[in-house]
Write a protein that binds this ligand. Sequence first.
Ligand SMILES: [Zn+2]
Length: 394
Amino acid sequence: MTSIIRARRLIDGTGAPALKDAAVVVEGSRLVTVGPAREAANTRGETIDLGDCTLLPGLFDAHTHLSFNYGDDLIGSSRGMPPEVRALRAARNIRRDLKAGITTLRVTGEREFLDVTIKKAVEQGLIPGPRLVIATRGLAATNGHGGETPGNAVDGPDEMRKAVRTNLRRGADLIKLLVTGSVDSPGGHFNCGFTREEIAAGVEEAHRGGKKVGAHSVRPEDIKLCIQEGVDAIEHGHILDDECIAMMVERGTWLVATLAIAIDEHVLAKDMELNPTFADVEWLPRRRAARESYRKAHQAGIRMACGTDAMHAQMAYELESLVGAGIPPMDAILAATRNAAQLCDIDHLVGTLEAGKLADVIAVRGDPLATISAMRDVCFVMKEGRRYDTLSPE
Ligand SMILES: [Zn+2]
């Protein structure tokens, strides 16, 4: 089956300027041609003419979780919930993601290996959802962020090695370490749970298994520790000083930006309910620094991907936030497409619209390079050659 999808503009995700009056030709699950519409004029097949829309690669949410949604849950609200209920919520959340044009999720920590189950369910066609790149359990110090979650706590280099190996055995595509504290961390929110030796052991085991390490790290001192020990991606990294930025440039460390969640008033209010003293200690310093940190990181040429941190279906909000911080619209879009695919080591398959790659294609009404909010108006979603914009809302 061949489909010809035409639109007024095409952003191929390679960084090339938008192409006017473009078409992609899809055969089965693959893109066979990408280029000017006139070149596809003689191709036989089903023609889908989207008019004044922009074709783009399927989006990545490069930092998310499955079973809670920041839009309607508190961060702690999935605690104590039966696993079956969490699985159903995960299915709801990822369906929303897919309908919003997000065709790949990088899941940065999920309890009890739920992400393994959900990934299989999607691959087997049991539920519609994006492709999942999964960290399985996020690993934390007993007194660190996430350390109370059953199975997450890891203390000492030996336990770290064992935990990384267990995650890899269960199917982890990346390893997630929780380094800086957060709303749920006892003994001070802004603590660093892990020692240098623990981080080093985790990185060594992950790299021996051929996988990258992403570290939840927010404060400069924790970020530097992670970079020095070979962590591949700084998750959040809301407070970057000049030394952090220089080290990330030198080492080629990734920044996984999560800006919308840091500046969102609703999320702040929800976290204040959970822990009233939290705002002064962590959120306010993060919020004050985040835009400037990301703008400087972008200017320095740090490799950047971005995610919502479980605000499902809200990648447009993240892109708007990045553009609001001074990042050009094209570079924000690249952070959610090509760059994220590189971060996930699947850029040979997805992340750009190029002949031979999997047909993850979306379209938005209007021109997101002129008005980034156009990314909210997704009117076409294809993942591996199958359409999902026609899914019912829930
Ligand atoms: Zn997260």
